[in-house]
Design a protein around this ligand. Structure first.
Ligand SMILES: [Mn+2]
Length: 377
């Protein structure tokens, strides 16, 4: 029996894929399009654990971004280094495409999301399992596993699911990466902690009794917040999700994009030549992504206080105005825009302090969708 994440990935590349007949229904597991720490690690952990139970039927874990974009996620890059997992062994978006081209449409387990994103539609023939902590879209009712519930980190749900079948020792080589996801998602198990997170933490404590958790958390957090040398464009690209929303009559639909960033707007203004430059970059992203509504969510610690801001822009000012009115109460938005819309600028662009700091993108995305569905067009 092969041991370790590296051996597992090497086996997939050098044996499994080479021996598969063409065509085959290749099985993959992947996280959501933001490809954040939780998504990447949940996919890797799910595949690794599954392989220990069913070595005859491996799943290929996919990091759902082009390989050249991984460098933007320093928390992931450095955590992989610490766990001695080489980037070159991982499978990325381009590998997913070539797997499909070679073997035919793929079968997938979804982690850290529970419906196939539009961009993935052409590659995935069937979903065969879901483990997630986002709002349940009610799809894939009969798959096994189908674990969709609240948890600080999806990695905790993956750990909990496989711990039903595998002994503690089976998690040794993947545990540190999963702990990293748990630490990031729950701020060192101090917020959004649910039972699955507690159970996962219990396992990590057995695996790594001597680990200084606080120190480890600080290290990962520092890596995540380290944006030195990145352009605004790259920072906005680093943690991005988009989704389409239909109104209740299914007559109109809009595409919404949300970037999450770990620095306040003032940091962008200071480091990148002022407010207008930041605004221009947001407009550029919105145009390039071809989204009707583009949102930037900032989240950071101001001294000891956790703060959030929300930037919202659109080339459809009236629609945007209506949506903002609709979400304002729930998110407790306080307008702090420096510039106002002028007759010459058809663009809606506003910045807000989001006083409801407990609402992360997980809550803001459904809130905005709901607002659009409520608007009388
Ligand atoms: Mn997650």
């Amino acid at each position: 029996m092969l041991k370790g994440v590296t051996s597992f990935l090497q086996y997939l590349r050098e044996v499994h894929i080479k021996e598969l007949p063409v065509p085959s229904s290749v099985k993959v597991v992947y996280g959501n399009e933001s490809a954040d720490f939780d998504s990447v690690v949940s996919a890797l952990a799910y595949a690794y654990c599954s392989f220990q139970m069913h070595p005859e039927d491996p799943l290929i874990p996919i990091v759902n971004i082009p390989k050249k974009e991984l460098f933007l996620r320093r928390d992931i890059v450095r955590a992989l280094e610490r766990s001695k997992v080489s980037e070159d062994l991982l499978f990325f978006a381009e590998d997913l495409k070539s797997l499909k081209e070679r073997f035919g449409p793929l079968t997938a387990v979804l982690v850290d999301h529970n419906s196939v994103e539009a961009t993935m539609g052409p590659y995935i023939a069937a979903v065969v399992g879901v483990v997630d902590h986002h709002k349940d879209a009610g799809l894939h009712p009969d798959v096994k596993p189908r674990v969709i519930r609240t948890a600080g980190s999806c990695s905790s749900l993956v750990i909990r699911y496989w711990h039903k079948y595998l002994p503690v020792s089976a998690f040794k080589d993947i545990g540190l990466l999963c702990l990293g996801a748990g630490l990031i998602d729950t701020s060192n198990f101090s917020s959004k902690v649910e039972d699955p997170d507690k159970e996962a933490l219990n396992l990590y404590e057995k695996l790594f009794p001597d680990l200084d958790r606080e120190l480890f958390y600080k290290q990962i957090k520092r890596d995540k917040d380290d944006l030195s040398g990145f352009s605004i464009e790259n920072i906005l690209k680093k943690d991005y999700k988009q989704f389409e929303v239909q109104d209740s009559g299914a007559e109109n639909k809009i595409l919404i994009g949300i970037s999450s960033v770990v620095k306040p707007l003032s940091w962008f203004y200071e480091n990148f030549g002022g407010e207008s430059r930041f605004r221009d970059e947001c407009v550029k992203t919105q145009t390039q992504r071809m989204v009707d509504l583009y949102i930037v969510m900032t989240a950071w610690m101001d001294g000891g206080t956790f703060k959030r801001e929300l930037v919202i822009l659109s080339s459809a000012p009236e629609l945007c105005q209506d949506i903002v009115e609709n979400i304002s109460d729930t998110l407790q938005l306080e307008d702090k825009s420096l510039t106002t819309k002028t007759a010459s600028s058809p663009q809606y662009y506003r910045t807000f302090q989001q006083l409801n700091t407990s609402a992360s993108r997980k809550q803001v995305a459904p809130c905005v969708s709901h607002a659009f569905q409520n608007i009388k067009l």
